[in-house]
Write a protein that binds this ligand. Structure first.
Ligand code: ZN
Length: 175
């Protein structure tokens, strides 16, 4: 297990547009694995490559409930979006804070998996929110740009009220 350092808001890597992946190299496969390790270790539900300082279009997501395996998105593209959901959002690159963000309730995306096999998928609710949040990171956009009202503090105690439901996976809604 290899953890990478998560960049904090203000870091210039979080403000850049990421480059597409043209070939899945052993180095990038290692990056994907490290991103998963880093996301789980930090108790997040998603992580984008720029958050660990790599300007490539790679995202990992695990919102828990629906999937047993984490979602790995390489070069993801938003094809369709519909509906609205407004809810609390946070980010591993802005620890201890959260804000209310409106996102589409349903999205359809196209992406490649870690073997560069293209697929399409649809998602709703929390997973749709996570996908939108992570795709924004690939454009250099932090969620704070979408926040309605003020950011607010979320203390570790509050976050920890949610029981751990799965070995080693803490889900605090931070991405
Ligand atoms: Zn984030």
């Amino acid at each position: 297990m290899a953890l990478r350092q998560i960049r904090i808001m203000g870091d210039e890597k979080l403000e850049k547009v990421c480059r597409p992946v043209t070939e899945m190299t052993p180095k990038l496969k290692q990056l994907v694995q490290d991103m998963l390790d880093t996301m789980y270790d930090a108790g997040g539900v998603g992580l984008a490559a720029p958050q660990v300082g790599i300007l490539k279009r790679i995202v990992v997501i695990d919102v828990g409930e629906e999937r047993n395996e984490p979602l790995i998105l390489v070069n993801p593209v938003l094809l369709e979006q519909s509906g609205e959901q407004t809810g609390q959002e946070g980010c591993l690159s802005l620890p201890g804070q959260a804000g209310m963000v409106t996102r589409p309730n349903h999205v359809k995306i196209r992406a490649c998996d870690e073997n560069m096999q293209e697929f399409e998928m649809e998602a709703e609710e929390l997973l749709a929110r996570a996908i939108c949040h992570e795709l924004d990171h690939l454009e250099g956009i932090m969620y704070v740009r979408h926040v309605e009202g003020e950011l607010f503090e979320v203390t570790e105690e509050e976050e920890d009220e949610e029981p751990d439901t799965n070995a080693g996976k803490r889900r605090k809604g931070r991405k």
